[in-house]
Design a protein around this ligand. Structure first.
Ligand code: FES
Ligand SMILES: [Fe+2]
Length: 480
């Protein structure tokens, strides 16, 4: 079978996946230009840079960005390349600075990106007449916006507003990132590389409840979870809304409070959740009995929520943890994982410590689930490179009958209060949603942005479309 590009996308839209899309240099080239240069990408959380001058350096494909809070408190994403001869201006990964001075010849920039000093400005350039510093600045990422403190950037000046891009998935994002009005704080990220294609992790976290009983048998056997059988996963649902979707567990009967207690939240945290979540958000747990677990937002951000036992012998003592991560591609067969531990900023200190432990046991570079998962993905990526993989269409149609209708009808509004579509049981609905979005970005020819027309010597013409600071959206608009 030789697959012409448009045939790839047709197959993917009917749930069949040409195996080589998980390891192909041309596909990856197109992902660069068509996808990663247009989608909104998660890079940092505001709690990582709380004070003026705080910064972290983050990589987005081949670009390095300084994500910094400037003197006025505005968030910036500055392309980490000196305007002079292109040296990386900031070489530390995290810190606090009022200025960044280039190590090569010493040009210096304020933390909002504006250039302030050039050594020998007068002698070397003839002063302002020769090189005007006014208006020259480190290039900003074309767009930056944040939601619940999550900072996203896009390389596309024409990208939709972040909230429109997230869509109804923000309803679910709140469970992970807004358990009180103070929001979350992060530890990390842990950062490591795996020889696997970036799409596989995103798909797995979005909806692969089916792998838990098989891949994670040993973790279940040692009793890390209170639920005796991993098969329990089929009682949960997978939901998709807006630009993201995820998986849930079915909880035992009980009130909202009892169910949140069941997964290990202390009473004071439950009270705060009741203050910040909408009635529908509370109903998903209290009325419908579902608890969010792993999720992905297109293209490469994932979240986890789970509640293992952290102490030996204590039968009921589970502790929930939250993790946020990105699958940042290095190439078609390598991914750098950024994995943060997240916790409600108002949680009791003891809870924060135990929750961190729970996270480290399960996920992150040392996590037991992580190790199980990655072995599959590396192996899959390897096998996708060969000639036979070019003849194979993988079956990604779980949950769908021959005619495309669902094996199990979606939950009605009286069974599931969340937005979007949700199905109980095993299915690859969400993997298909992710790949459908992928196809929508990949298929049309995309010229890219002509940055030569946009920037001259670090100056931005008024009509460049590039916004210098992010527009902050706040919690009020959430999920109402
Ligand atoms: S390259 Fe940065 S000062 Fe010369
Ligand atoms: Fe897994």
């Amino acid at each position: 079978m030789s697959t012409s590009p448009s045939a790839i996308y047709d197959e993917i839209r009917r749930g069949m996946i040409p195996a080589y899309v998980y390891n192909d240099a041309e596909i990856f080239d197109r992902e660069r230009t068509n996808l990663f240069s247009r989608a909104w990408l998660f890079v940092a959380h505001e709690s990582e840079i709380p004070q003026a001058g705080d910064y972290v350096v983050r990589r987005v494909l081949d670009d390095s960005f300084i994500i910094v809070r400037d003197e006025k408190g505005e968030l910036r994403a500055l392309f980490n390349m000196c305007l002079h001869r292109g040296m990386q201006v900031c070489r530390a990964e995290v810190g606090n600075a009022s200025h960044f001075r280039c190590p090569y010849h010493g040009w210096s920039y304020r933390n909002d990106g504006r250039i302030v000093g050039l050594p020998f400005h007068e002698e070397a350039y003839g002063g302002e007449a020769g090189f005007s510093r006014k208006g020259a600045r480190l290039l900003p990422a074309p767009r930056l916006e944040s939601y619940n403190g999550l900072i996203f950037i896009s390389m596309d000046p024409e990208a939709p507003e972040l909230l429109d891009y997230i869509g109804d998935f923000k309803f679910y994002l709140d469970y992970y990132t807004r358990q009180s009005s103070s929001g979350i704080e992060l530890r990390g990220p842990q950062r490591w590389r795996v020889k696997a294609n970036w799409k596989i992790g995103a798909e797995n976290f979005a909806g692969d409840m089916y792998h838990t009983p098989q891949t994670h048998t040993s973790v279940v056997e040692i009793g890390l979870f209170r639920e005796p059988k991993a098969e329990k996963r089929k009682d949960g649902n997978t939901y998709w809304a807006g630009n993201g979707g995820g998986t849930t567990y079915k909880l035992p009967p009980g009130s909202l409070e009892e169910r949140l207690r069941y997964v290990g939240y202390p009473a004071e945290m439950i009270e705060r959740m009741k203050e910040v979540w909408s009635q529908e958000q509370l109903d998903v747990i209290g009325r419908d009995g579902f608890m969010i677990s792993a999720a992905s937002m297109f293209p490469n951000m994932s979240l986890v929520h789970n509640w293992p036992k952290v102490e030996e012998g204590s039968d009921d003592e589970v502790i929930p943890f939250i993790s946020i991560r990105t699958w940042m591609p290095i190439s078609e067969d390598e991914t750098e994982i950024y994995s943060w531990f997240a916790v409600d900023a108002e949680a009791p200190e003891e809870f924060k410590e135990l929750s961190y432990k729970a996270y480290l046991m399960c996920f992150g570079s040392t996590g037991m689930f992580e190790q199980d998962d990655v072995e599959n993905w590396v192996s899959l990526t390897n096998t996708a490179k060969g000639s036979m993989a070019r003849r194979l269409l993988l079956n990604g149609r779980m949950g769908m009958l021959k005619d495309g209708s669902p094996v199990v009808d979606p939950l009605g509004p009286e069974e599931f209060a969340g937005p979007g579509v949700a199905h109980v049981g095993y299915g690859e609905y969400n993997q298909r949603h992710l790949l459908d979005r992928w196809a929508d970005y990949m298929e049309p020819d995309y010229e890219g942005v002509d940055f030569r027309a946009l920037t001259i010597g670090g100056e931005l013409p008024k009509d460049s479309g590039i916004r210098l600071t992010g527009k902050k959206k706040n919690d009020q608009e959430v999920a109402k």
